[in-house]
Ligand binder design. Structure first.
Ligand code: BG6
Length: 509
């Protein structure tokens, strides 16, 4: 595997949760696999006054709890921790960036990192614009004399179309698009990337991947947990902004895209953005009929009373923030004309599962009369993103014995069957890609804008139209019952279980 060039990784928001839970543990995992350059340093930047020792102690806790190599020898952890440094500045004060610049210049000299720097913005989102501008005012974005500067921006990228456009404009007024890496951690998932391989490395799927053979596509990203301690953030966000606008629509892009001409960042992202730009705009009728929002209510799960959303910490009393959203929509292009896409996501659903379900059309002529229940016997391809990562094909086979009874059977592949295959976490993969200058798995400005454009009417309608109901659903169930009505008579959402091959309402008991 290629090792990145020498550089410094600067993390803004270093005293925050993401740095401890995801970024530093992933960097440690990369270090373990010898994928970090020899000349390398990490600089944490935050407002909280900390010295290097205190920062390292905090990060050691994160590594112990969240890294893949947490049980390995501690000498390696000590070596890695020596790469970590911390500087406290007021990130909202442009003058403090002079101090940061001096610090980085000295570190670059000491570590021989050739002037290359990645800035990772993991601050509160309202600081993304100012920090990227202040870096520019101190010329920290300038690439000259052969070195490079890159900027990674965490989600959420904007809170609606207007703010996303404004943020793109602000960041792009300083940084070139090729320097900007907008992170969507779903794209870093191994199984999401496998979608490209499944579709474009096999001759058998692609000929069927269109409106002649596909009846509908379902995408689910369900979570068993509630909002935990993130009430303060989540109550201003909700399921549409938190999951659907970014993660789910990126999955739609990869599922529905045309084959790219080449395997590079521009070619792939050119194709996914076309899908997002072809989403049929939602009409007033769609906003009432084809978009469902819900919020979980208190309920008993496994003998324990679980809070309803409104009783969670940090949530405003009477909050109308949706914790569930489901929608049906179309992609207006030649490949997908007439094929409904169903996507849904929610907190406090029965299990944690993300998957893509391709529902194939039934045969044009029903030869076997016993196959009356089309719902039970149509072919499905299930691409499981997590957990029990793998692929499942469902098809009809003859039941042994007299006559021609048919039954549904499964053909399945599980990643866990591959021996000694290490699956990197999303952050590991994405951090390494940015270090190598590969932006394929990062969201481009036009894709972010196209997805906000699609969901913006929903946000506006929910804010202004009190006739659109917010449905309650008991924690631990598959969301509001009305979400079933998005489907035609006789069809419904797959009810996936923790294990790929199972399905059904109550499989987790
Ligand atoms: C994050 C959301 O982007 O994705 C969280 O902010 C959500 O609310 C998380 O829980 C889900 O990610 P994963 O990888 O656990 O499916």
């Amino acid at each position: 595997m290629k090792v990145p060039e020498p550089h410094i990784l600067v993390i803004f928001g270093a005293s925050g949760d993401l740095t401890k839970r995801k970024l530093v543990p992933s960097l440690y995992d990369l270090y373990h696999q010898k994928l970090l350059p020899e000349n390398f340093a990490i600089v944490g930047v935050g407002r909280t006054p900390l010295d290097n020792a205190a920062f390292r102690t905090k990060m050691r806790e994160g590594m112990k709890e969240f890294s893949n190599f947490r049980d390995e020898d501690s000498c390696c952890a000590d070596e890695f921790l020596n790469l970590l440094n911390y500087i406290a500045i007021d990130t909202s004060n442009v003058d403090d960036y002079g101090q940061l610049k001096e610090y980085l210049t000295a570190m670059d000299k000491e570590k021989k990192t050739n002037g290359n720097i990645i800035f990772y913005l993991s601050t509160p989102p309202q600081l993304y614009g100012p920090v990227s501008t202040y870096l520019g005012q101190h010329k920290l974005h300038k690439e000259k004399g052969g070195y490079w500067r890159r900027l990674i921006i965490e989600k959420p990228f904007g809170t609606d179309l207007k703010s996303a456009l404004a943020l793109n404009e602000e960041v792009q007024s300083v940084w070139k698009e090729k320097q900007i890496y907008r992170i969507d951690h779903y794209l870093g998932k191994e199984t999401v990337q496998n979608l490209l391989v499944t579709r474009f490395a096999n001759g058998i799927f692609e000929p069927l991947w269109n409106n002649r053979y596909i009846k509908s596509v379902e995408i689910t990203s369900a979570e068993k947990l509630g909002i935990g301690s993130r009430g303060g953030y989540y109550d201003h966000s909700g399921a549409l902004r938190d999951m659907l606008q970014n993660h789910l629509l990126q999955l739609v892009g990869l599922t529905a895209m045309e084959p790219p001409a080449r395997l590079n960042s521009d070619a792939i992202r050119n194709e996914t953005v076309k899908v997002l730009q072809s989403l049929r705009p939602l009409t007033q009728e769609d906003l009432h009929e084809n978009v469902i929002r819900g919020q979980y209510t208190g309920s008993m799960i496994d003998g324990q009373m679980v809070n309803g959303y409104q009783d969670e910490k940090g949530v405003a009393k009477g909050s109308r923030t949706p914790t569930y959203v489901a929608m049906k929509f179309y992609i207006d292009n030649w490949r997908w004309g007439g094929v409904p896409f169903y996507i849904r996501t929610g907190k406090r659903l029965p299990t944690r599962v993300s998957e893509i379900v391709i529902n194939f059309k039934a045969t044009p002529h029903q030869l076997f009369r016993d196959l009356q229940d089309e719902q039970k016997h149509h072919n499905q391809l299930i691409i499981r993103i997590q957990p029990d990562e793998g692929l499942l094909m469902k098809f009809g086979m003859k039941t042994p014995g007299a006559g021609f009874q048919a039954q549904n059977v499964n053909m399945d592949f599980h990643y866990s069957e591959l021996a000694n295959t290490y699956i990197p976490t999303s952050y590991e993969r994405l951090l390494l890609d940015c270090m190598l200058g590969d932006s394929t798995l990062y969201a481009r400005a036009d894709a972010v804008e196209a997805s906000w454009e699609f969901v913006n009417p929903v946000l506006e309608a929910w804010e202004k139209d009190s006739n659109i109901p917010l449905h309650g659903y008991p924690a631990g169930t598959w969301g509001p019952q009305v979400a079933e009505d998005l489907f035609d008579e006789g069809h419904s959402w797959r009810k996936p279980c923790k294990n790929l091959v199972g399905d059904g309402e109550y499989c987790e008991l």
